[in-house]
Design a protein around this ligand. Sequence first.
Ligand code: HQG
Length: 183
Amino acid sequence: MDELTTLSKAISRVLRHRPDAAGVMLDKEGWCRVDELLAGLARAGTVVSVEQLREVVRTSDKRRFALSDDGQLIRANQGHSVQGVTLRLPARTPPSRLFHGTAAASLSSIAKQGLLPMRRHHVHLSPDVATATAVGARRGKPVILEIDAASMHRAGHKFMLSDNGVWLVDAVPPQYIRAMPTR
Ligand code: HQG
């Protein structure tokens, strides 16, 4: 793994899951002071310069992080599990179909329960099959689920779009999920 990826993972962990591990506080929308984050990471054994941090933000393939306009604050755009952070994203009308990549081993449980956020705050849905495939491939050979977002939306489910293009919902009931044929 290259150095920027290692740093990106360390920063993701603090900003999404474990601010306490670096001894930093996130505000209600997930923002953290950059100087506090760097000091906290250094205390925890990962020394990162402001320039490296900016490079991580700039080069993140999924635009995982956002810096405030003045550069003083940073947050993860989505993916949180930490208590007390609520992204205030507006409700949006989704495209008629969305996709979710998962592992074959999860299918029977998903068929019964639908998609649940598991340890995160939301279920993450992708706008295209290629992205869903990459997400699912993190767990081995991916299985792609097609989500009938139009029907869900009509039924009153709230959809939000993160700043980096991930669609977020509280859950997806089984009746809106269809497994796509594997290619
Ligand atoms: C599965 C990455 C059994 C779900 C990606 C997934 C994404 C169930 C896993 C972001 C289930 C949760 C999120 C049920 C859901 N029974 N399994 N009822 N409901 N699952 O990592 O969507 O690189 O929390 O299918 O790109 O895989 O980190 O969610 O396999 O955007 O920036 O439970 O993480 O972004 O896993 O990935 P995750 P995800 P980063």
